[in-house]
Design a protein. Structure first.
Length: 202
């Protein structure tokens, strides 16, 4: 008797009797495979979580732009106004550079870098580069800082800075710079020290 061709049917031939392969391996026939459908509640939770981070980014960008607007409207360019005695003054400075006045003569390059950085960070949040809330908050801070200064560079050609440190020689900075520095340090520390432990729990 000729042997049946390999993979010709779902029947596996044993010495004494044929056995249905689908039943033997406990898997349903291909025609009856059930397509995977995500749980609607899980999808809703994911959307709500994404919305929370979006609200955080928008709120920080709005705060940055509001502070800049108030400074421009109420403080003459280059003038100092007391804010926190012996700690901070408010001053109106036009910064054509990056955070803390770095690379002041390359505004168009910085605008392009800010745009690319904003897109990459937004994708990292959407694609859940970090799944733990701590990591995602840090990315949100960096994104808010990048977008806040990007708006200034794109529409004005310079960034409005206002916080002037009194107790040390330091560059004038703004709310977006604070978000960038805190978020970047936080994201780096999370990635190096906490990600391996916290991400595995999710």
């Amino acid at each position: 008797m000729a042997s049946p061709p390999l993979f010709a049917s779902p029947i596996v031939f044993f010495p004494n009797r044929p056995v249905n392969a689908a039943k033997f391996f406990r898997c349903p026939p291909v025609g009856n495979m059930v397509k995977w459908n995500p749980n609607p509640s899980d999808v809703a939770d994911t959307r709500r979580t994404a919305m929370l981070y979006a609200i955080l980014v928008v709120a920080l960008v709005a705060l940055d732009q509001l502070v800049k607007y108030l400074v421009v409207q109420n403080i003459p360019l280059g003038t100092h106004v007391p804010f926190l005695p012996y700690i901070l003054d408010l001053t109106y400075v036009k910064n054509t550079g990056a955070a803390f006045s770095l690379f002041a003569q390359h505004t168009w390059i910085l605008t392009l870098i800010s745009l690319v950085m904003s897109v990459v960070l937004a994708l990292a949040l959407v694609k859940k580069f970090f799944r733990h809330p701590l990591g995602r908050v840090c990315l949100s801070l960096v994104l808010a800082g990048a977008v806040g200064n990007l708006i200034d560079r794109a529409f004005q050609g310079y960034v409005v800075d206002m916080f002037n440190v009194l107790f040390m020689d330091f560059a004038v900075f703004n709310v977006a710079d604070i978000c960038l520095v805190v978020g970047t340090i936080g994201a780096a520390a999370y990635y190096l020290l906490l990600a391996d432990r916290l991400e595995k729990k999710l």
